[in-house]
Ligand binder design. Structure first.
Ligand code: NDP
Ligand code: 8X3
Length: 249
């Protein structure tokens, strides 16, 4: 029987690389994101397995549920859920923070992850089998200057992941959390609202992680034997020791 992986935020960065990597490992892919043209492009790239695309905003709980309900029966046996959709919005001191940015980060990174999990989990519970991989961050393990609400959102992902693992252990469902440091994606472009020059500097002077590094890690995590759960991984560029310590040339 085909294995099915449901990947959120598959239109860019870590999610896109993960969809391609899992497809290479034989998973049929349910790829999600808001940008339909990117989802269509992904369908052209993944040719060796079927890809089903769902376009929705994770902030919209009705849309999330409708999208999952709309899956054809043969796509409902989801084995792996990668809760990856998310971003930072802004990098500002707490006293100068934007309520819009705060809402975006809490609504997408925290509530979006909850909505998707709530909609997809029943598909796993039906078969008492499944693996949820939540993408947290080093920002969910420590806080850094001006990171305030983004860090809070990723600390929430950390707490939710631990809670999921406790509550779902009796259902035979694995829960893992991947916490990357600096990964060169569109992340900083989004954080700095399209200021590409500023975004580029985040990854200059050292070798940042690439989306493919995280995709391979996720692929390794979901391919462990049934009795093994890699519960948590913190993965950093070699040049990074903490959120604030990065050795740059
Ligand atoms: P990208 O900006 O490249 O990708 C973000 C993805 O999330 C896109 O596919 C985007 O799709 C999706 N997304 C964002 N908002 C929404 C929304 N409202 N509804 C649905 N999908 C949404 O960034 P990354 O690949 O780097 O980020 C992926 C995850 O990794 C995030 O959770 C991020 O916090 C985390 N992370 C990133 C690190 C880094 O340094 N890059 C380090 C640690 C963690 P679309 O716009 O099409 O909706
Ligand atoms: C993304 C990594 O250090 O920009 O979660 O917060 S960082």
């Amino acid at each position: 029987m085909a294995k099915i992986a449901f990947v959120t935020g598959a239109t860019s960065g870590i999610g896109r690389a993960t969809a391609i990597e899992l497809a290479n490992k034989g998973y049929q892919i349910i790829a999600t994101g808001r940008r339909t043209e990117r989802l269509e492009e992904l369908k052209q790239v993944i040719t060796e397995v079927p890809v089903y695309t769902l376009a929705f905003d994770v902030r919209d709980k009705e849309a999330v549920q409708e999208a999952v309900n709309s899956l054809p029966e043969e796509w409902k046996r989801v084995e792996v859920l990668v809760n990856n959709a998310g971003n930072a919005h802004g990098l500002a001191p707490f006293q100068g923070g934007s309520l819009e940015d705060w809402d975006a980060m809490i609504d997408i990174n925290v509530k979006g992850l909850l909505y998707v999990s709530h909609a997809v989990l029943p598909l796993m519970l039906k078969h008492k089998k499944g693996h949820i991989v939540n993408i947290g961050s080093i920002a969910g393990k420590e806080v850094y200057p001006n990171g305030n609400v983004y860090c809070a959102s990723k600390h929430a992902v950390d707490a939710i992941s631990k809670s999921m693992r406790i509550d779902l252990v009796q259902e035979g469902i694995k829960v893992s959390e991947v916490n990357p440091g600096l990964v060169e994606t569109e992340f900083s472009e989004v954080r700095f609202k399209g200021d590409s020059e500023r975004a580029t500097t985040v990854y200059q002077g050292y070798e940042a992680l690439q989306a493919q590094d995280i995709a391979e890690l996720i692929s390794f995590i979901v391919s462990r034997p049934a009795h093994v759960n890699l519960a948590e991984v913190l993965v950093l560029p070699t040049a990074q020791a903490s959120s604030t310590i990065v050795v740059k040339e």
